[in-house]
Design a protein around this ligand. Structure first.
Ligand code: SAM
Length: 278
């Protein structure tokens, strides 16, 4: 018999069944092992270590220096000023206060940052993460994962106060507490995984997602013959009616490549919608 579907056209999932993974403590890292809850009905989560494990203190020093320069340049840019204005607006802060509830801060989970040693956009995206963290007390610990991160990059991320996850969660972290997902220019599958793992109103209502515009996905899909699109977008499309999307202004030459098409996404689902989403 076919699995039951809800009015959003989604199959009934096992979102309530979940498992807990306790990460081991990493060597000399400052952060303690964290507890994650990932949804059970998903692909297995693999422990991960960098493929490129060459230690090279000189390259590490150079990369840290490059990051410092990048952050300074960003901090003086019109792009950052415009983003800061947006994040300091009453409307934005009210959303954060609502989302935090009784918590004083929320974790920031950064997926898909790319190689900060090899490319400008990942450096700029990480630079924005660091500036956000420095400027907003509501942003708590920052956790980063991208399977392509090298040992050198991982050490630089540590030096900048971010912890690199030792598990490939496949984007399926559940927002059991308020969580800010920063996922610039990720593949649609990763947003799909995130939405699927959080496909419950209480979890989505606790989630902020910075990433590719869902509105653009919808427009793109409406122009395409859907049968020719191989990659699934069903959660992205189904959640559109419950999403407030706020575009960021990326019309600044030096920052366009790193941030074009990016938006904030806030989700607002009534509790009676729970039955539709399970
Ligand atoms: C299109 S690239 C974007 C990279 C960077 N953000 C940029 O704008 O240049 C997507 C990134 O997602 C990463 N990625 C793939 N699977 C991932 C996973 N399971 N968790 C986190 N990141 C992942 C890829 O390695 C890649 O670096």
């Amino acid at each position: 018999m076919a699995a039951p579907t809800n009015t959003l056209g989604m199959e009934k999932s096992d979102a309530m069944d979940e498992w807990t993974i306790v990460l081991p403590r990493r060597g000399k890292q400052k952060t303690k092992g964290s507890k994650y809850v990932l949804s059970k009905n998903e692909a297995p989560v693999h422990t991960w270590t960098p493929k490129d494990v060459d230690a090279n203190p000189e390259r590490e020093r150079r990369l840290l220096h490059k990051m410092d320069i990048c952050i300074q340049k960003l901090e003086n840019s019109q792009f950052w000023k415009s983003l800061l204005n947006q994040m300091e607006s009453t409307e934005f802060l009210n959303r954060i206060i609502n989302l935090l509830g009784s918590e004083s801060s929320m974790k920031m989970v950064v997926y898909g940052i790319g190689s900060i040693e090899s490319y400008d956009p990942p450096r700029l995206q990480l630079g924005i993460v660091i500036l956000m963290k420095r400027n907003f007390g509501w942003i708590g610990d920052v956790e980063v994962f991208d399977p392509i991160i090298s040992l050198i990059e991982s050490k630089v991320l540590d030096s900048l106060g971010c912890s690199v996850l030792s598990l490939n969660e496949q984007g399926r972290r559940q927002a059991l507490r308020p969580t800010f997902f920063f996922m610039p220019h990720c593949e649609a599958e990763l947003y799909e995984n995130l939405l699927e793992a959080n496909w419950r109103s209480d979890m989505l209502n606790r989630t902020i997602l910075f990433g590719n515009s869902f509105d653009e996905y919808e427009q793109y899909m409406s122009l395409c013959n859907t049968s020719t699109i191989s990659k699934p977008r069903k959660h992205i499309l189904a959640i559109r009616n419950f999403t407030t999307e706020v575009r960021i202004s990326a019309d600044f030459d030096d920052y366009y490549r790193a941030f074009n098409g990016s938006s904030w996404h806030f989700f607002c689902l009534d509790s009676e919608l729970d039955s539709l989403l399970q």
